[in-house]
Design a protein around this ligand. Sequence first.
Ligand code: UT7
Length: 323
Amino acid sequence: MTLRAVVKGIGHYLPERIVPNSEFEQTLDTSDEWIKSRSGIERRHFAAEGQTTSEMATLAAVAALDMAGMQGSDIDAIVLATSTADMTFPSAATMVQHAIGNTTGYAFDVQAVCAGFVYALSTANALITSGQAKTVMVIGAETFSKIMDWTDRSTCVLFGDGAGALILAAEDGSGSSDDRGILSTDLNSDGRYKHLLYVDGGVATLNTGMLRMEGKEVFRHAVEKLAATADKALHKIGLTADDVDWVVPHQANIRIIQATAKKLGVGMDRVVVTVQDHGNTSAASIPLALSVGVANGQIKQGDLVVTEAIGGGLAWGSVVLRW
Ligand code: UT7
């Protein structure tokens, strides 16, 4: 018998304010046409003034609890992926823990930027399969609008805010790739590439800072590394791209999503795409896409799902799970 971390519920939250590309035309030398054709993004949601990452995460968490038919007190651990926690400390995860009325579990943040949700899923899987938790809430939540340089057209048109949450619970499986739950994970990072994507502030500089990115270089790494990590995670369990029902990629750029799918050998009819509506929401992008994919009937119980993401660090990875 093999312990598996099986999905019990999923939910998401997007802030009310929707900003179309055309809004940037008023303040920047840019156009809807450039943004759409270079990134696939058409609109994004921005948090309201004062609305925080932990508040959005809590709303996603409540939606996931609803779907699972659970209460906050049923959760043993909360792993929250974010690079935009409300405060330097405590963690946003403990704020969510309090907000959902949980006093018996433990909660912590994971920081791997856009790869954060994949890292958090992998961590949750390790907690469950090692017996340290039976039920884990995995959240990706970001307010990247708070770290944008609104004068930098090469970055500020690309990002958005939002949150997604997934509940995993321990179940016995057979050990085969037919089991439901997380089947394989692959994590990577390479700190030599710090300069390609970073925030130029933090504790060392006494300010929050703003996001800086060498987009073209990140793009180049992304396609190559995303296809490789997804292949590796599938290979570990004797599966290939032909076995995959849905690829749910990090939603940064439609051209990266398409090129990675092609390299993997998966048609775009098997890829969940939300980048047009959400922009790049960093660690929130995969749980948002999973939640939308479930809500619109694409992802069904028993489907083999591959998630893959890359971001600042560089950090990248993938998780294969059977829904
Ligand atoms: O989530 C973390 C991972 N991040 C990513 O995966 C992002 C990866 N990178 C990308 O998605 C793309 O590289 C971008 C969308 C950021 C840029 O697309 P690109 O095709 O690589 O364009 P580029 O950076 O080579 O820029 C082409 C031109 C430049 O002008 P010149 O030098 O050719 O005259 C830019 O100055 O487009 C210009 N440009 C813009 N023009 C209008 C850059 N931003 C804009 C803009 N509007 N917003």
